[in-house]
Design a protein around this ligand. Structure first.
Ligand code: NAG
Ligand code: NAG
Ligand code: NAG
Ligand code: NAG
Length: 847
């Protein structure tokens, strides 16, 4: 059915063409007819019969070698012999006519015919390049045109390219542009600005359509690459960053990494980081930023005390042209680390403190600092233990060092108070400071003598002005408070001011004598000395110096009997011629003002008329006859006696005794005999009597005391019982003093002694004993006695008074159950003095 339609159309065209070309036979055929298709009926058109055609061999003379047509002799028709491509034969020319020559033989004749080749739409439009690449900048303005390649169509006329279409898109439209001789070329028109960042590549398809029927088309793809323009800022991930770093973070540590993106591509999108242009040097020296990675590294040492926080501007910059940049802020907070020791500052130098300063006296002011913050700078202070100081807070971190206890410069004169400051960091740091405090002296110590009392022994007859003694005192204070001046306190010595006897060097305590002392006049005296410091008020102390004058042998024995009116004059004694041997002629008595050995007198016969007649007792001075007086003896006898003491040097005296021998003196002789016989016993009897008397009085006194005590005790025992029983028992022992206190007088044998036994015989703790040596009747006297008793003093007095002025020795002895014995020998005078002075303890001085 379709084929039939096409044939009808073709025929219609054929007759139309034929009628128009009348002068010359012309056929019009479409191109691309099938082989054998009939072009025209030659027989009819040329007026030839079929037989003629076959006989005369009608044929097509070829002009070009190419035989597109042939003649069908049988039917007298021109047939298509080959494919006829109008485009190949005629190109783009609008008409395509092939001239043909038909040759007839016998006779040879030539017919010219034309075959017009009509175009059919057998070619689609075609682009020279099927893919088109375009680079368009992002910045291209709207309306910009981009010429495209036009499509070619081999067909002509209506079959040629008629229109173009473009795939729909937002950015581009298609416009036709007329060029010379009515030709049009397509152009791309930018309708909307491009953005590479939204769409980097646009793919379009351009289609060219021809006017044939059916329409044929050709396409070309257009790839539009949007060229990047640096139109995007780098963008940071965050507008601001914040990071905290410990103050002691090590160098080279990673701090933070900033990041930014840039929508652009290539160099336009390549970001470089840096610190802002106005970044201070303090940041630049501490931090480093990696330009490409954005990593920030610590390259210096942080110090919280210098800077607690850093605010840094960071710039990100691309490499486009012009470059684009943006900024962000980075805050780096430094966290405090306890890296600073507390510091103790003395705001006022320590002041010396008086030792009597009351508690709370301010010594020094302190201030404590710690460069760290918060807890790391919270400082507590501690003071070394044992010092009398403490710290008082005044206001923030200010302290006062005050005294907290009694001070004594004499014990500690300088304090080195160690103060420790510790902060509350972790670990805590601490520092120390030593505050030296000087304690100033206050006169709180009196001078102290080396001894409370001194004993000085001074020989009599010394040179006046010589140093007698030196006392010294010391004072614990210092300076003026310890400067001592010595003085003598006024007192009386034998009614004369002591200052007339001695004087004192106030500087060093040396005491000088101003007199030569005479033992015989002054045996002992006291000097009260005072040491006084120069403090204000001054303090003083007293001491006593006992000066004992020591006897020197400065007195010769003095003869008392026979008394002589003038020295050296004779003393006359009478004696009967009838006197037997041993007759006591006289007794020479002498005394010596000195004491001790210096007063130990011995008698010696120095010269005698008849040395064979008289002898002198060495100790008693008794002059006795050695033999019976004979008739031949002179009636006048003269004796010179030398009396010597035992001192060093010896002092002596002489006495001359004249003796007259008388014939008739009977009565005196008998008296003398009687006297002679009785005298020693009489004398010793006298002493014994005194002793008995004195001891009896002691006993009576004791008894009385005990009786009184007993009565008292009896009375009190009624109210308070047991305590007194002991006493009563004690007093029982003293009830009978005669039993307990025994006095023994022994005159037999060579030793004569009196023994006084006191107290219980069994305890034997106390006893008095008097011994008389054979040397003399009275020369030695020994007592063994209790340590203290006033009665004993009396005994001494009695003995002293009763005995002649010869030497006697006093011996003290105490026998205790503990079995120690102290014995001392003191001469009579010393004993006397000492006893008078202050009791028995003084005896030890001579021991
Ligand atoms: C388009 O640009 C690319 C790179 O930008 C280049 O390689 C290419 O040759 C360019 N094409 C044209 C047609 O200009
Ligand atoms: C400081 O110390 C106190 C008590 O120890 C604690 O409560 C506080 O959190 C500390 N402060 C700091 C900043 O460490
Ligand atoms: C005290 O001073 C006097 C005079 O300067 C001197 O003779 C004496 O020896 C001194 N005494 C002492 C104990 O130094
Ligand atoms: C020292 O003796 C004087 C005079 O007797 C007296 O006034 C003074 O108080 C005494 N000083 C001391 C410390 O005993």
């Amino acid at each position: 059915m379709k084929d039939m339609g096409w044939q009808a159309l073709w025929w219609h065209h054929f007759f139309l063409l034929w009628s128009t070309i009348d002068a010359q036979t012309r056929y019009s055929i479409p191109e691309e007819l099938k082989h054998g298709s009939v072009v025209g009926n030659l027989a009819k058109d040329l007026g030839l019969t079929l037989t003629e055609i076959s006989e005369r061999a009608l044929r097509v003379a070829s002009e070009s070698g190419e035989q597109y047509f042939r003649v069908d002799a049988g039917r007298g028709e021109l047939l298509v012999n080959d494919r006829i491509d109008r485009e190949a034969l005629c190109g783009q020319s609008a008409s395509c006519v092939l001239p043909l020559q038909l040759v007839l033989e016998k006779p040879l004749s030539l017919h010219r015919i034309e075959v017009e080749i009509q175009d059919i739409n057998d070619n689609p439009p075609k682009f020279y390049t099927e893919e088109l690449f375009l680079n368009i900048s992002e910045t291209a303005v709207v309306g910009t045109r981009f010429p495209l390649e036009s499509a070619e169509d081999s067909d002509v006329g209506g079959n040629s390219v008629k229109s173009y279409t473009l795939t729909k898109n937002e950015c581009f439209t298609l416009k036709m542009k007329e060029v010379e001789d009515g030709k049009t070329v397509p152009e791309l028109v930018l309708e909307k600005s491009l953005d590479r960042e939204i769409k980097a590549v646009h793919q379009l398809r351009l289609t060219a359509l021809d006017g044939g029927n059916p329409v044929k088309s050709g396409t070309s793809t257009i790839t539009i690459t949007v060229l990047d323009v640096n139109d995007n800022f780098p963008v940071f991930e965050k507008n601001s960053y914040r990071v905290s770093l410990l103050e002691n973070t090590a160098k080279g540590s990673f701090v933070i990494k900033v990041a930014a993106t840039d929508a652009d591509e290539g160099p336009n999108g390549e970001i470089e980081f840096s610190f802002g242009a106005r970044t201070p040097d303090s940041v630049l020296t501490l931090f480093n930023i990696n330009p490409s990675s954005g990593e920030i590294i610590l390259k210096g040492d942080l110090d919280y005390e210098r800077e607690t926080s850093y605010k840094i501007e960071i710039t990100a910059k691309d490499k486009g042209s012009p470059e684009m940049q943006s900024h962000c802020r980075l805050q780096i907070d430094v966290i405090d680390v306890n890296d600073n020791k507390p510091e103790i500052i003395l705001t006022s130098e320590p002041q010396p403190v008086r030792e009597d300063a009351p508690g709370g006296t301010v010594v020094a002011l302190l201030n404590v600092r710690d460069a760290d913050s918060v807890n790391n700078s919270k400082v507590t202070l501690q003071i070394s233990k044992g010092s009398p100081f403490k710290l008082k807070t005044s206001f923030s971190n200010n302290y006062a060092l005050i005294t907290s206890g009694p001070l004594d410069r004499e014990k500690v004169s300088d304090y080195h108070v160690e103060i420790t400051a510790t902060d509350s960091g972790s670990p805590p740091l601490s520092s120390k400071r030593i505050v030296s405090v000087r304690i100033t002296d206050v006169n709180d110590n009196p001078p102290v003598f080396t001894q409370k009392s001194y004993n000085v022994y001074l020989k009599e007859n010394g040179v006046p002005g010589s140093i007698l003694f030196s006392v010294s005192a010391s004072d614990l204070d210092s300076g003026e408070n310890a400067k001592i001046s010595y003085s003598i306190l006024d007192s009386k010595v034998q009614d004369v001011s002591v200052s007339s006897y001695v004087y004192m060097n106030s500087e060093n305590g040396s005491i000088y004598s101003m007199h030569s002392f005479d033992y015989e006049k002054l045996k002992v005296f006291e000097i009260h000395v005072q040491a006084k410091d120069q403090g204000s008020p001054s303090l003083s102390s007293n001491a006593t110096v006992h000066v004992f004058i020591l006897d020197q042998n400065d007195n010769a024995p003095a003869v008392i009997y026979p008394s002589s009116a003038a020295l050296g004059s004779l003393s006359h004694q009478r004696m009967p011629r009838s006197a037997k041997a041993g007759h006591l002629v006289t007794k020479v008595t002498a005394v010596d003002a000195d004491s001790g050995h210096n007063a130990w007198i011995s008698y010696r016969l120095a010269e005698a008329t008849d040395a064979s007649l008289f002898s002198v007792n060495l100790y008693t001075g008794e002059v006795r006859t050695k033999r019976a007086v004979s008739e031949q003896d002179d009636s006048s006898q003269r004796l010179i006696l030398e009396i010597k003491d035992d001192g060093e040097p010896l002092q002596s005296a002489t006495v001359t005794v004249s003796i007259l021998l008388e014939d008739a003196l009977h009565e005196p002789i008998s008296e003398l005999r009687l006297h002679k016989a009785s005298e020693p016993s009489k004398k010793s009897g006298r002493i014994t009597l005194y002793l008995i008397l004195s001891l009896a009085s002691v006993s009576v006194l004791s008894l009385l005391t005990f009786v009184i005590l007993a009565v008292k005790c009896m009375r009190s025992s009624r109210s308070s019982g047991s305590c007194c029983c002991m006493r009563r028992q004690d007093s029982e022992d003293y009830k009978n003093p005669n039993r307990n206190l025994q006095i023994q007088l022994n005159t037999d044998g060579p030793i004569k002694y009196v023994e006084v036994l006191g107290g219980d015989m069994m305890s034997q703790s106390q006893s008095f004993r008097s011994c008389m040596s054979p040397m003399s009747e009275y020369s030695d006297f020994t007592l063994i006695k209790p340590s203290s008793t006033t009665d004993f003093k009396e005994v001494i007095s009695v003995l002293d008074a009763s005995l002649p002025d010869s030497t006697w020795t006093f011996e003290s002895q105490q026998v205790t159950p503990n079995r120690w014995t102290a014995t001392s020998r003191v001469s009579k005078a010393e004993t006397h003095t000492a006893v008078n002075h202050s009791g028995f303890a003084k005896y030890k001085i001579k021991a």
